[in-house]
Design a protein around this ligand. Sequence first.
Ligand code: PEP
Ligand code: MN
Length: 353
Amino acid sequence: MIIMSSEATEEQIKSVVEEIKRYGLRADVSKGEFRTIIGLIGDERQIPFDRFAVMPGVKEAIRVEIPYKLISREYSGLSGDKNENKKIKVGDVVIGGEEPVFIAGPCAVENRNQLFRIAEGVKKAGAQILRGGIFKPRSSVHSFQGLGAQGREEAEEALSWLKEAGKQYGLVTTTEVRGESQIDLIAEYVDILQIGARNMYDQDLITAAARKGKPVLYKRHFGAGIEEFLSFAEYMVAEGNKDIILCERGIVPVGKGKNYTRYTLDLSAVPVIRKETYLPVIVDPSHGTGRRDLIFPMSCASIAAGACGLMVEVHYNPAEALVDAQQAITPEELTQIINVCKNLHKMIASYRH
Ligand code: PEP
Ligand code: MN
């Protein structure tokens, strides 16, 4: 990482970038209010840091060992904006801004009517972003895999409903991208690309998704440590896309006997991640608990822990849902959650940074 002096000129910054490229690495230039810092992307062993340290305009050239320096608050703080949070703008919605964001919708898009009815409900409840799985990751090949599995035409039709519902109800849209071959198609229709927990480690998928330039909603794998999660998020930012929304969605429960929840929602990860990175963090209490009766308390707890938003599965008649019926809540329940969470978010606003 190269820290430029506060008086460094554009020319000097440019020549440092050129020099980095000459060694076969890429440069991530972040200009702060006070100074510019240049992150090195690639094999840093190639870099003679001492030589860089004496280049004109350079204040310091340091080898950074942490695997996620580009998204690290500490290193971005060197340019003077340590407390600055990344705000991601999608249409009229700001993720990581003053207001909490609520992503809601069915686990899976089942048909046009189901999606539109749920979209209307979540909009009325106060959500800003509509979710709906079209390519579903499922544990069994014998269960409903989402409309995307039925063929290209069906996938495209379901994606067009999502887009249309988003337009009709004024909602930003997101759906999961499960494979590289789906990226272009999905990016044509939705605003935010979702990477599911199972694919957190898929370097090729996540970098290709990030390269599309659209915001990415990135879920933590249920067996991943926080450092690993952030290290893989770094892959996307290294592609030049800083619009990454991190999502805690529960980790594998421990111990023998009944655990009572589908996963263990790791809420201490929220303030920890916020301390480590400027990227926004949301929580998915639906997959995290797998129980509709726990969505309200865990939503409140998530916001209290510092989450800047929630992703919740909603259905007008949860019993009817083809996937994850046991964790879906109604639009009326969502209304309550949003009202309480907005107040909670306000209450803790001055303690957040
Ligand atoms: C989802 O949000 O639709 C989903 C499958 O969640 P996860 O990837 O967290 O299991
Ligand atoms: Mn689900």
